[in-house]
Design a binder for this molecule. Structure first.
Ligand SMILES: Cc1cc2nc3c(=O)[nH]c(=O)nc-3n(C[C@H](O)[C@H](O)[C@H](O)COP(=O)(O)OP(=O)(O)OC[C@H]3O[C@@H](n4cnc5c(N)ncnc54)[C@H](O)[C@@H]3O)c2cc1C
Ligand SMILES: NC(=O)c1ccc[n+]([C@@H]2O[C@H](COP(=O)([O-])OP(=O)(O)OC[C@H]3O[C@@H](n4cnc5c(N)ncnc54)[C@H](OP(=O)(O)O)[C@@H]3O)[C@@H](O)[C@H]2O)c1
Length: 432
């Protein structure tokens, strides 16, 4: 075990994805502006910065304008804009010639990595936070003891005055697949690229099932078709049809930063109704261009009299069994009552993500947390004897709206959290 207790960090950020990366910039910029010294540390479990690496498919594009990068909506003159990244990479003019607001996910990942590299001294990689414990002075909790662990099992303990949790969503494995979750032929879309190469799908007559009807399911289906032209791919989903995501301009205003104030001010049941009403902007829906691409692919199969990809709408899965010859899936057509059973060499769960709170690593301080809900500045309500601030990024969709799990409000949310954190850090002149 390694101990690093001597240094007390002003803030420890759990996870170093886009949310805490945006916070690193906001803290740095605000601290300079207010002449405060702030020493954050971000602890990331991946060995290097990667934004949903298992889904960095060659053909996939961003679902949000590049102008909603980590900073532009707060300060378009920041050196961390996507435009400055393009300029530094020598691609600004060529990007303009692409005439798009939606760069590839590969390019946006490279942008995020470029920013992360500039905060190298504030980040450690390859360590997962496993426990956050109270440090007591009498009856008060004055700071936090933060334990992290590497894959090899080495543990490090650090002290933090405040904590910002931004660990994203957890791949959702439906209950009926839980018993065979360890079977190597079954995997979640979040690890698609890491796993598909080793899944032995290159043979003739390989059978693959993709479960789900959202963006991930269709991206994976189209990618599989390109990768393994001989494979039979069943796309199994519960809805009547694959539906487009609503990204029309008036609807898109729900992702404006000031909409967060509007929704936060509503009573609980109205917030729920708004989130429900606009779910089709984000969940179980597919980018319209990708739907066209899949439709053309299916049509072309009919023209050439071939098979390959087959859609199974209205299908409820009734049973799952791991056998030697493959994973057997039973399903029923919900409307015609027809049962069927098929065996697959691989099953890919494109079943989305879970965002449960409080996180297991917060268990040791749970008794100080009064309510799982956060305030407008994303701070957990804690008991008076608990002095550290604990902020959450990405777990407040029900109170702050659908933008909360996305990139839309990162520039403003990070600023709000940075100001809340800096308000407690004592005023110290910057050392030049
Ligand atoms: C494939 C895919 C594509 C997407 N594309 C878009 C898009 O185009 N536009 C958009 O607005 N949104 C998109 N999203 C939504 C996505 O949630 C956001 O883009 C963004 O990733 C949220 O950032 P985050 O930092 O909150 O979470 P994440 O990006 O999930 O980052 C969390 C980080 O925390 C780390 N971590 C987890 N647990 C621990 C732990 N215990 N200790 C230390 N580190 C930990 C993880 O390794 C990860 O790096 C996409 C989501 C997916 C799955
Ligand atoms: N290129 C990109 O930018 C990109 C790529 C991929 C993902 N994303 C983003 O990532 C987020 C998540 O998208 P996602 O497609 O991974 O997840 P999602 O939108 O949450 O969709 C999950 C799908 O799984 C289905 N499902 C869940 N539980 C099921 C069960 N028990 N049995 C059968 N089906 C089940 C859901 O069906 P029901 O509707 O029937 O519940 C839904 O169709 C979205 O914000 C999306 O935009 C972006």
């Amino acid at each position: 075990m390694s101990h690093q207790l001597a240094i007390e960090h002003d803030v420890i950020g759990v996870g170093f994805g886009p949310s805490n990366l945006a916070l690193a910039i906001a803290l740095d910029e605000s601290a300079r502006k207010f002449r405060l010294k702030c020493a954050p540390l971000f602890v990331e479990k991946q060995p290097r910065f990667t934004w949903h690496g298992g889904m960095l498919l060659p053909g996939s594009d961003m679902q949000i304008s590049f102008l909603k990068d980590l900073v532009s909506l707060r300060d378009p003159t920041s050196p961390f804009t996507f435009v400055n990244y393009l300029h530094k990479r020598g691609r600004l003019q060529d990007f303009i010639n692409c005439r798009t607001f939606y760069p590839s996910r590969l390019e946006f990942n490279d942008y995020l990595r470029w920013v992360a590299a500039q905060f190298k001294s504030q980040a450690v990689y390859g360590e997962a936070i496993v426990a956050v414990e109270p440090v007591m002075a009498g009856q008060s909790v004055t700071s936090l003891r933060v334990r992290s662990r590497t894959l090899a099992g080495d543990e490090t303990v650090r002290l933090a005055r405040n904590l910002v949790v931004a660990v994203g969503g957890k791949p959702f494995i439906p209950e009926m697949f839980a018993d065979i979750a360890d079977d190597r032929r079954l995997f979640h879309s979040s690890v698609y690229l890491d796993t598909v190469g080793a899944a032995g799908l290159g043979r003739k007559a390989t059978r693959v099932a993709v479960i789900g009807g959202g963006q991930s399911a269709v991206e994976v289906t189209v990618d599989l078709r390109g990768r393994f032209p001989e494979a039979s791919i069943d796309l199994i989903f519960r809805g009547h049809a694959l539906k487009p995501s609503d990204s029309s301009p008036f609807v898109n205003e729900i992702f404006n930063p000031d909409y967060t104030d509007f929704i936060f001010a509503q009573p609980g049941e109205r917030r729920d109704a708004i989130v429900r009403n606009f779910r089709n902007t984000n969940y179980a829906v597919v980018d319209a261009d990708l739907l066209d691409q899949l439709y053309r692919l299916l049509y072309q199969q009919r023209v050439s009299g071939t098979t390959g990809v087959e859609l199974h709408p209205r299908s409820e899965i009734t049973g799952v069994k791991a056998a030697v010859e493959g994973i057997e899936i039973g399903k029923v057509d919900k409307f015609e009552g027809r049962d069927s059973r098929s065996c697959y060499d691989a099953v890919i769960l494109a079943t989305g993500y879970d965002r449960e709170t409080p996180h297991a690593f917060l268990e040791p301080i749970r008794r100080y947390i009064r309510d799982a809900a956060v305030d407008r500045n994303y701070r957990l309500a804690t008991s008076p004897a608990f002095r550290p601030q604990v902020h959450l990024q990405g777990y407040s969709e029900s109170s702050h709206g659908l933008s909360d799990t996305l990139l839309s409000v990162l520039a403003t949310r990070s600023q709000e959290i940075a100001e809340s954190l800096l308000s407690t850090i004592s005023r110290r002149e910057l050392i030049a």
